[in-house]
Design a protein around this ligand. Structure first.
Ligand SMILES: Cc1ncc(COP(=O)(O)O)c(C=O)c1O
Length: 454
């Protein structure tokens, strides 16, 4: 208890939080997690929670993996730091790059390391621009992303993101980053429009946007295979097939942001495989190290890499990179993470548990306040509505989603609310019995929520 009070006071006095209402934080105080084991975490009052979202969709191997702790510790003793500027390298970075190329869903040529999904996306944006200068197309610079997308918070990544709260009062998005339709069939389809017809309409809209802007000015399209923080939105049937046809027609690069989908989450090693996406660059982070160390990777195909390399030769340097790119400790942990995925057949595990997990969330279809249930693999969402039949949302001031999350905590369950979308993204090591436990806790949570809402 004493610890809890000093943690709270110290946090309020000294710590500025991410994605938090800073104005109310001083009253509310922090929710401080002090330890974890398997899929469970514990707060500073000794309460234990089943972590149903893997932290921020990232702690894929749970919170106490001894192999990862050892890999990090060994790496710290062996050589805690070296950089990758001026051709410097380290064995872990080399092995990790080789390993990533060997599991990439399409042929890739090189891997560039950064520290976060945001930095990786900013790097990909800069590569898009550098590449088009390199091939003598300096006007081909506009980038199209999607409304409701989430690609991170650095200047370019926040611009790619299609969420108002990432732009408002930050003077974003950058003017050459545009947004096309969000592919959420339930919300945006016309009455009676099939998923396929909706996908055709969205691909047509994308084509119209490219023609309006001038194909000679449109460089790239960024997309998450399944939209994550925008509300867990799997693509409608045939969407990526149709979108990729449009991109190919106008010579527009495709960048897959697999920061959430990568490493088994959707039931394949990459979401690109699940949805038949053939990206020119692929961005990953989170599950790359099971979040045990900050690291992200951009996989780059030969077409882009060779032009970029040649241009850097002309200029004298590729003027981009981070102090911690290819950090040996992060790379050692990521390499061990990928080894564990193989040793434990993580993709097979996800495939085997998917029917139970999807049945678990879909059991909430038809509940009093549930509008839509959606998901793929071990990723899912339940969207709350005040009146699902007429698709009337809850008043935003009611904060229905956050209220459900708070109730969940009383039942020892952590789920996340994105507005009124309740997200499930459990660690991939979850067992069948633990999934039953998750849904038992969620059922008590939902029943209490229904009671509260009347
Ligand atoms: C799809 C996607 N891209 C990028 C990011 C940004 O990653 P980071 O928070 O590591 O910068 C996130 C984070 O949630 C994400 O979900």
């Amino acid at each position: 208890m004493g610890d809890h009070i000093s943690n709270s006071a110290g946090d309020v006095a000294a710590h500025m939080h991410s994605f938090t209402n800073l104005a109310t934080h001083a009253q509310v105080g922090p929710f401080t997690i002090t330890k974890g084991d398997g899929i469970f975490v514990e707060d500073d009052r000794g309460n234990r929670y089943l972590e149903g979202v893997s932290g921020l969709w990232c702690a894929t191997l749970g919170f106490s993996n001894a192999r990862l702790a050892k890999a990090g510790s060994d790496a710290l003793y062996e050589m805690p730091y070296y950089h990758t500027f001026n051709g410097r390298s380290n064995p872990a970075a080399i092995k990790l790059a080789e390993k990533l190329l060997s599991i990439a869903p399409v042929a890739m040529s090189k891997v560039f390391f950064a520290n976060s999904g945001s930095e990786a996306n900013d790097s990909a944006v800069k590569l898009v621009w550098y590449y088009h200068n390199a091939i003598g197309k300096p006007d081909k610079k506009k980038i199209i992303a999607r409304r409701n997308a989430y690609h991170g918070v650095t200047v370019a990544a926040a611009s790619l993101s299609g969420l108002v709260s990432n732009h408002r009062d930050f003077d974003l998005p950058l003017s050459n980053i545009l947004h096309t339709d969000c592919p959420h069939h339930f919300r945006y389809a016309e009455p009676g429009e099939s998923e396929e017809a909706f996908a055709t309409r969205l691909a047509d809209n994308l084509e119209a946007m490219i023609l309006r802007e001038g194909p000679e000015t449109v460089a790239a399209f960024f997309a998450e295979p399944v939209m994550g923080a925008g509300g867990v939105i799997p693509p409608p049937a045939t969407y990526f097939e149709k979108v990729q046809k449009v991109l190919a027609k106008y010579d527009v690069l495709l960048i897959a942001d697999e920061v959430v989908c990568g490493y088994g989450r959707t039931g394949e090693m990459f979401g690109s495989t699940t949805y038949g996406i053939k990206p020119d660059m692929l961005v990953t982070a989170k599950g790359l190290s099971s979040a045990y160390a900050p690291i992200s990777a951009v996989m780059i195909n030969e077409k882009i890499y060779s032009a970029v390399a040649q241009n850097s030769g002309n200029i004298g340097v590729f003027g981009h990179g981070f102090t911690y790119s290819g950090h040996p400790v992060s790379c050692a942990i990521a390499l061990e993470t990928l080894n564990i995925y193989e040793d434990e057949d993580i993709v097979g595990r996800v495939k085997a548990l998917t029917p139970q997990f999807q049945a678990g969330i879909h059991a909430y279809e038809g509940r009093k306040y549930v509008g839509e249930v959606r998901g793929v693999g071990l990723l899912g969402a339940i969207e709350l509505y005040a009146d699902p039949a007429s698709r009337r949302s809850f008043e935003p001031s009611l904060k229905a989603g956050p209220q459900l999350v708070e109730i969940g905590l009383t039942q020892g369950l952590i789920v996340r609310a994105l507005g009124d979308v309740i997200v499930f993204c459990p660690p991939l090591i979850i067992t069948s019995e633990e999934l039953d436990d998750l849904f038992a806790r969620f059922e008590r949570t939902m029943a209490l929520f229904e009671e509260k809402m009347g």
